[in-house]
Design a binder for this molecule. Sequence first.
Ligand SMILES: [Zn+2]
Ligand SMILES: [Zn+2]
Length: 93
Amino acid sequence: MAGEDPDYLAWIRLQACQFCDRPPPSHAHHHTGPRGKGQRAHDHNAMALCFDCHRHLHGASGPFKDWNHEERSNLQDELVVKHRQIYNDEECF
Ligand SMILES: [Zn+2]
Ligand SMILES: [Zn+2]
């Protein structure tokens, strides 16, 4: 199916939480973006978050309590790009 990259998702889960640096394994959270509503995002738009940060990001709670939708969206954009750069640098399989 288009948009799926199991290798990338497996790699994401081995990264530390991108928000609080908690060591892996992490959750792979998909950033759907403003147009992605109801649609599954491409696996390359995934980022590593620990259980707590993942839950809080979805619930706009905890550290994200005072963040508006745009701020949360921008953070995710940043993390997606950061992951892609690290992955491309490490790519050896
Ligand atoms: Zn975290
Ligand atoms: Zn998620």
